[in-house]
Design a protein around this ligand. Structure first.
Ligand code: PLP
Length: 397
């Protein structure tokens, strides 16, 4: 009856079940995984959401011209509004691009560690995912040799995805890395997709300029993705964008075909598009508040690890909402550590969920968005749990 591509496990995994039991126990718990800004103190003021709902319906598949113009103006882009496509989410933009660029059986190059939803999106489009590596040697970098090997392995590679800033690593592609990727895309006739949803969340700079989408390669067909969910911390409004650049004939063909794909769904709501100019212009204080939160949480975790001489090492990161923590091995992998910590009421995400390289050892992800009243005692308990496990291991040996 059902398509094989949807034959996924549908029961809660062991970690989710364990967390439910821990929550039901009534003991104090610390969830260090929230990723929804509206649930951790960044809900918008009601006035901001006073959307115009009485406007007449205008089905514009790529988005209302006023909204696309607002986007281009806000970022000061040198591409015309006609080269923007608005979507209801970044996932939908990925879906459109998979339909546009990939035949069934062709391949998409995806970064690892990377975005777990890309696995599902590729499966839903009958497209093979070929991973290429990011590596860590004190900071993250693109393993260019690994990327070239992945392309050589890929059957009919059609699309190369980069995520910059990357989640969960926080890695931002350097101009040299981008230039190398552009070269690879041109010589292999592959379209480049740059997921920039975390642009604007640089940790060290208190007031970075708004992240300009597509300050990046133009020699190949390139799509830059972003959206209100991260840029304005408004995931509930369901508005994202995709900006096309590159050789003019390819961009024109892409936009004409994207218009038909988007017209097939017409998922965009009118009120949020009318509100886009003011939503974009009012988003900076929220981004600043989020940067402050993630900066303070990051400083806390780095400082306490040093002060307590903890064997837990926060991996170097410069962007995004996630902090990776490397734990001592002690015979445990990241999943087993996540269970150990859950038993102490601390919820983290094991690194395998993001395909972190096994060479890193057990590594967990914590969200820097977490409110400080949860983050600080949660991290403190995490370090105590690890310290206790180290003491027990010493006694055993
Ligand atoms: C790398 C990356 N891209 C896209 C998204 C999702 O964006 P949206 O909520 O606009 O679909 C996420 C969500 O966390 C993400 O981590």
């Amino acid at each position: 009856m059902f398509a094989k591509r949807t034959n996924w496990p549908t029961t809660a995994n062991a970690l989710a079940q364990h967390w439910r039991t821990v929550c039901e126990s009534g003991d104090l718990t610390f969830d260090l995984t929230p990723s929804n800004p509206t649930a951790v103190g960044f809900a918008p003021s009601p006035g901001l959401l006073a959307l115009e709902t009485s406007c007449t319906y205008k089905p514009e598949p790529l988005g209302l011209p006023l909204a696309r113009r607002a986007l281009v103006d806000h970022f000061g882009l040198d591409i015309p509004p006609e080269h923007c496509c608005l979507t209801a989410s970044t996932s939908e933009a990925y879906g459109f691009l998979l339909s546009l660029l990939c035949d069934p059986g062709s391949s998409v190059l995806t970064p690892t560690p990377g975005y777990p939803l890309l696995h599902h999106l590729c499966e839903l489009h009958d497209v093979a995912r070929v991973d290429y590596p990011l590596a860590y040697d004190g900071s993250w970098y693109l393993d260019l040799g690994g990327l070239r090997d992945a392309i050589a392995r890929a059957h009919n590679p059609s699309m190369l995805v980069v995520i910059s800033p990357s989640n969960p690593t926080g890695h931002c592609l350097t101009p040299a890395e981008l230039a190398a990727i552009e070269e690879i895309c041109i010589s292999n006739e592959i379209a480049l997709v740059i997921d920039q949803v975390f642009a604007g969340y640089d940790l060290p700079t208190p007031h970075p300029p708004p992240a300009r989408p597509l300050d990046s390669p133009r020699g190949c067909l390139t799509f830059g993705l972003g959206g209100l969910s991260k840029y304005a911390a408004l995931p509930q409004l369901k508005l994202s964008w995709m900006l096309a650049a590159g050789p003019r004939d390819l961009v024109d063909t892409a936009m004409a075909r994207l218009e038909i794909i988007a017209d097939t769904y017409l998922n965009l709501a009118g009120p949020v598009q009318h509100a886009l100019p003011s939503l974009l212009s009012q988003a900076a204080p929220t981004r600043t508040a989020i940067r402050r939160r993630i900066g303070a949480n990051q400083t806390f975790v780095k400082t306490i690890c040093i002060d307590k001489q903890s064997p837990v090492t926060p991996l170097h990161t410069t962007h995004g909402w996630t902090q990776l923590l490397q734990l001592p091995r002690l015979g445990l992998d990241d999943q087993q550590w996540a269970h150990e910590l859950l038993a102490q009421g601390v919820r983290t995400q094991p690194g395998y969920l993001f395909d972190l390289p096994p060479g890193l050892g057990p590594t967990l992800a914590v969200s820097l968005l977490t409110t400080p009243d949860v983050f600080r005692p949660g991290i403190t308990r995490l370090l105590e749990t690890v310290a206790q496990a180290c003491r027990e291991a010493t006694v055993r040996s």
